[in-house]
Structure formats: structure tokens, C-alpha cells
Design a protein around this ligand. Sequence first.
Ligand code: NI
Ligand code: MN
Length: 225
Amino acid sequence: MKIRYFGHSAFMLTNGAGLRVLIDPFLDDNPLSPVKSDEIDAEYIIATHAHADHLGDSLKIAKRCDATIIGVAELAWYVESKGCKAHAMQIGGAYSFPFGRVKLTPALHGSQTPEGQYAGLAAGVLLWVDGMCIYHAGDTGLFYDMKLIGEMNEVDCFIVPIGDNFTMGIEDALKAVEFVNPKKVLPMHYNTWPVIGADPEEFARKVNAMGRVCLTLKPGDELQI
Ligand code: NI
Ligand code: MN
């Protein structure tokens, strides 16, 4: 499986067997993304919450590609009201899709649609695809139940925000890595704007000092996992 980073919290999972899953596709207004939404072909889109920097171009891409948007129920109902296909879930629930299994996890954060409507709780996501377990934490502060997530799941790849201000910063993200106990760590949600400026190399050095692997992807980079 390949994972491609577009900057901020936007990732795409693909494999040789037709997998096309997007997470938080904030592309057109993302100052870091080298790719725009009309260049993307997705079958499923996972939106961790409805803030514009996460829901992003989900509606546009879903309509063009006939993709299904996966998210908490209130967010799913919102995208359905906009004419998109959706699959409603809630935090703590898992569902097996044709491409793999998805479980929504807690996130300490808010959520509201770009028009200001209530959009339910913000979430993170655990994904089991091609025998790998990926945990994309969404936008969140540090919370102690990450330890439970680490105890109950063998996380291969932990994608964690480090930009501070709206989410965890580096020090809290290091504690999250300790709790989740993953094989690999990818930082996200940093340097999109000055307010979330963070040094991914500093984070990587500190993760490495814990005896763990941290990979820092540049926007546009693709990683085989
Ligand atoms: Ni947010
Ligand atoms: Mn955000």
C-alpha cells in the first residue's frame, strides 16, 4: 500500500488493486498541496471533522468521482444534504467497507460546517487496509485513552498532529507516540500557516531518540508502507 501526503492532514491511500481512499482532502485552498482536487480520483473519502481544512474539497471530489464520504453521522447527513453519497458512523463504531475496516476514535476538538452548522463530534480514524493498521488522529489534543488505542490495536502507522495551537504540539505528540506504541510515525497538521509552525525534523529526532521510526513526508511525497 502507498500513502501520499498533500500537506496539512490530507493523505491518499492507494495500492495495486484499485484502492483509492482519501483522508481529509484539503487541497485547493491548502498552501502546501502540490495537487489540486480536480487531479484526484477517489472511491472513498474519510472526513475526520467538518472544519474547512479537513472536509476541504470532499464535496467536489465526491460529486465528480461518485465517491462515498465516511464520517460521523451529523457530518454524513450534511454532505448528503449537499448531494453526496455518505456512510454515517459514530465514535467507537467500526464498519468493514470493501477496501478495509474503519473505526472512528475520539478527538478533543470541535466541528462545524463551513456554513456554520453543527457537524457532530470531531473524530480520529483507525483503518485496517491490506493487513496494515493506520491511525490518523485527526485534529486533537493529547488524551489518555490513546493508551487504550495502543493497547487494543497494533498500530503500524500513527499519523499525528504536531503543529500546536489547534492540536497537540511536539511535546504532547511525543507522549501520544508513547501511548499508541506504533511501528512508524508520520507528523501532520504543521507549517500550513505560521500559527501552526513546527519543525518536523525536531519531532523526528525526538521520536527516533525514543527508539522509534518517524518519517517526515514533504507535500506530494508518497511512501510505501
Ligand atoms: Ni479542526
Ligand atoms: Mn485542522
